[in-house]
Design a protein around this ligand. Structure first.
Ligand code: TXA
Ligand code: MG
Length: 321
């Protein structure tokens, strides 16, 4: 298992040596390596078992540092960065040649963000390079929102996990770029679209499920538990599975079900607050995946605020067929 601690100098030593460290952010934990070192970046792909056509986000301590790795920041994206960095916003920007091909899978744009976590910001400020960091989970599985989640799955492959506690947002960053003069959202995430639109006006959302690797982070099956994960009307499904005598678990927004034993049901937010629900989503999916149930039943959230991003994750996690 990995060592879990809060020693920034130790994290720096490991990263300076070209090795990987799991880092806390406000969204999810990242599996970080030196973004300017193609060998370190290759080991990120290997450790996650991630296909190399899926590019990585680079993490920098500030907007001014970001300028070292991109040739241009269009005015409206700059406005977003000024408003929301540090925060759950990733910008796709034309890359400079100092960013290795392996980071972007050869694409012309590099994904950049300033994460909002004091330990990681301090670490980034001490490093001479940006950190390439995908979510610190094996490819296709649920993203980690605590050091324990990282340790359970990648602990035998990495030496150090920087412990920043539980992630306060709980959903990956919202990914935004430009096409001609249009602002495009490629991945729904922890920054709500309405907040983006309050700064730059109407945006286009292109975050549909796809097997096209050009579309960021959007491989159709993703964030998936190992057990069948079925979306639908909870009351109907519960009746059905009780009749079939199948041992199931239930993930709801706020409802509780007296007939189901507690370890096998989780309400994401008793007050139906979608921000709170987002914070708990991935941990709840893991808990139910580790329960005795053989199938997980879940419901979609209202399509408002972070509900849209939560629904995106629920749909990608769901078992098709
Ligand atoms: O909140 C987050 O964004 C977390 C934390 C650790 O920062 N990171 C994260 O990384 O979610 P990852 O690799 O799990 O998802 C990033 C997605 C990738 O699936 C990739 O398709 C997309 O961003 N992406 C990265 N670079 C891109 C690029 N140059 N062009 C298009 N899409 C890109
Ligand atoms: Mg991921």
């Amino acid at each position: 298992m990995a060592v879990i601690g809060q020693d920034i100098s130790k994290a720096k030593r490991v990263l300076d040596a070209g090795e990987l460290v799991a880092i806390p952010t406000e969204t999810v934990y990242g599996l970080a390596g030196n973004a300017l070192n193609p060998v370190a970046v290759a080991s990120i792909f290997e450790t996650k078992n991630r296909p190399s056509f899926d590019p990585l986000i680079i993490h920098v301590p500030s907007l001014s540092e970001a300028e070292n790795y991109v040739t241009d920041i269009p005015t409206s994206l700059r406005k977003l960065a000024e408003h929301f960095w540090p925060g759950p916003l990733t910008l796709l920007l034309p890359r400079k040649s100092n960013i290795p091909d392996i980071v972007t899978s050869g694409l012309d744009r590099v994904a950049v963000r300033v994460p909002d976590h004091p330990l990681t910001l301090e670490l980034l400020a001490q490093l001479d390079f940006p950190l390439a960091a995908p979510s610190a989970n094996p490819f296709g599985y649920i993203s980690p929102t605590s050091p324990k989640h990282v340790d359970a799955q990648l602990g035998d492959k990495i030496s150090y996990i920087l412990d920043g506690g539980k992630c306060k947002v709980g959903l990956e960053s919202t990914i935004v770029g430009m096409e001609e003069d249009e602002i495009v959202v490629y991945r729904l995430g922890g920054l709500d679209i309405s907040e983006i639109e309050s700064i730059v006006g109407k945006v286009t959302v292109k975050s549909h499920s796809s097997s096209n690797p050009q579309a960021p982070g959007l491989l159709e099956s993703h964030y998936a538990p190992t057990k069948p994960f079925i979306l639908g009307d909870l009351n109907e499904m519960i009746t059905d599975y009780q009749e079939r005598k199948v041992d199931f678990a239930v993930l709801s927004l706020s409802q509780s079900f007296p007939s189901i034993s507690l370890p096998q049901q989780i309400a994401l937010s008793p007050s139906a607050d979608l921000k709170e629900a987002a914070t708990h989503l991935f941990a709840a999916m893991r808990t139910l995946d580790e329960s005795n149930a053989v199938v997980i039943l879940a419901e979609l959230m209202p399509e408002e605020g972070l509900g849209k991003a939560i629904n995106d994750r629920l749909k990608r996690a769901s078992t098709k067929g």
